[in-house]
Design a protein around this ligand. Structure first.
Ligand code: MN
Length: 228
């Protein structure tokens, strides 16, 4: 007797460090090529051209610590990223006020079916098939900014089976967190529950079933994600 003709889809939510209550996810925006060394390794010019974004689905964010190897790919890559969780939003947010909208930060992996993304790029098609598949964004708990402060520098590392593969610093972002929020808010109405994945440093690479990825960001600790 809910007033809906089908069951209401579940709202995906993430744990919050030090809280019993959870963070509900509304939208997920991801920036492309936001670290110069990664832009170069992907064959692009690292100059500061306008940023570009793609989206994942809210239910792709997965705090379980397991990443099921997806179908139809034999080249699934990790991308270690800082996730930014918004506690409020709006339109045309000025850069200098953007951080007021950040609720907190989390560790995230932008897992990518690189082979399918490559075909999409070559054919001028959208990227969802390479980026927005089931459980494609393992994430850690959200750390409230009221506890961590705002993160603009600090080491970002990714290890696979104990071997360091990505080792960058948040201060290498081409577009900083406040700039990303301001830019997105010119094109979309941002709101509480939105999550922004802020790009990955150089060193992306493939994983296989049985691998354990460990992402670490200074200030947020570390998280292990098993490829199953
Ligand atoms: Mn990415």
């Amino acid at each position: 007797m809910s007033g809906y003709v089908i069951d209401v889809p579940k709202v995906n939510s993430l744990p919050v460090k030090g809280e019993d209550r959870r963070f509900p996810v509304r939208r997920v925006y991801c920036i492309g090529r936001n670290y110069a060394a990664h832009a170069i390794e992907m064959g692009h010019d690292p100059d500061r051209e306008a940023p570009f974004f793609f989206q994942k689905n809210p239910d792709n964010l997965d705090p379980s610590g397991e990443f099921p190897y997806p179908a139809h790919s034999s080249d699934v890559h990790f991308e270690a990223e800082l996730a930014v969780a918004l506690g409020s939003g709006g339109h045309n947010i000025p850069v200098e006020r953007a951080l007021e909208h950040v609720y907190g930060y989390a560790l995230a992996l932008d897992m990518t079916r690189r082979d399918l993304q490559g075909v999409a790029k070559k054919m001028g098609r959208p990227w969802e098939i390479g980026k927005a598949f089931e459980r494609s964004a393992p994430v850690g708990p959200i750390h409230p900014a009221s506890v961590t402060g705002h993160l603009s520098e600090g080491r970002v590392r990714l290890q696979v089976n104990g071997e360091i593969r990505q080792d960058g610093n948040l201060n290498q972002m081409i577009w900083k967190v406040p700039e990303m929020i301001a830019y997105l808010s010119e094109y979309f109405e941002l709101a509480a529950g939105d999550v922004i994945l802020s790009g990955t440093p150089a060193g992306v690479g493939a994983v296989a079933r049985g691998d354990v990825m460990r992402i670490e960001i200074e200030g947020l600790g570390a998280m292990d994600v098993s490829v199953v």
